[in-house]
Design a binder for this molecule. Structure first.
Ligand code: 6PG
Length: 223
């Protein structure tokens, strides 16, 4: 793990956007297409704002989420909505979006269908993740019903996840798929998350799921 800190969140957003653009450009120099996986939540918005107008061949980029909340795309909690509003605009509107949500009451009903669309695109070329104070990343939450399956070496690509305190089910890429990304970035802000990341390094992945993806990870932090 490499830890990089920034003077403030604005500097972080600009620098991380540049790093991601550089990694995507490098991928496109030797691959036909790049798979770019991004988190939802509140932290990445300013990074997306800086990234969406970068000049690169977005028409050869597939964009997908690390995890989604099981709500329709118009819902305020939908990560898809965030991506459509903040990342897939400007030059990046040329990218192809791979959905992690389909209209169904539960994720289980459509998981196989969503997965079939993703599998041919793997491995992940460039990964950006977020993390919560509880050391979850993507939707790999401590105490979640399917966490063990999602951390397994032979885990499926996608896992449905329910955890105490979450208002809706989630669907998440499994740890092995996230960890297998060729370029890996984690973005966190604030002192609570910095402390949580320190704690994660001396915890098991069941206690601190982010631990499962920290190898070769570049962590970007600002207060
Ligand atoms: O759907 C989500 O919530 C995410 O993808 C999740 O893993 C997120 O990255 C962390 O919860 C951090 O969220 P914040 O950036 O909002 O703190």
């Amino acid at each position: 793990m490499i830890f990089q800190d920034y003077a403030d969140q604005e500097m972080l957003a600009i620098d991380v956007a540049n790093r991601l653009a550089g990694d995507l450009t490098a991928t496109l120099e030797h691959e036909e297409r790049a798979l770019f996986v991004v988190p939802g939540g509140t932290t990445p918005g300013p990074i997306f704002d800086a990234l969406c107008d970068v000049r690169l061949d977005w028409s050869r980029v597939d964009v997908m989420l690390s995890d989604e909340r099981w709500v329709p795309e118009v819902h305020v909690r939908s990560n898809t909505r965030l991506i459509r509003e903040r990342l897939l605009v400007g030059r990046a509107a040329e990218a192809r979006f791979l959905p992690l949500y389909a209209k169904a009451d539960t994720p289980e009903e459509v998981l196989a269908e969503l997965e079939a669309n993703i599998v041919p695109r793997l491995p992940i070329s460039v990964l950006l993740l977020g993390m919560g104070d509880d050391m979850h990343t993507a939707s790999l939450f401590p105490g979640a019903d399917n966490l063990e399956a999602a951390l397994a070496h032979d885990a499926p690509v996608l896992v449905a996840m329910r955890a105490p305190g979450l208002p809706e089910p989630r669907v998440s890429l499994s740890a092995r798929v996230l960890d297998g990304a060729l370029s890996k970035h984690l973005v966190i802000t604030g002192n609570a998350k910095r402390t949580a990341l320190d704690r994660a390094q001396s915890s098991t992945a069941l206690q601190a799921p982010v631990r499962a993806v920290l190898e070769d990870m570049v962590v970007h932090w600002a207060a």
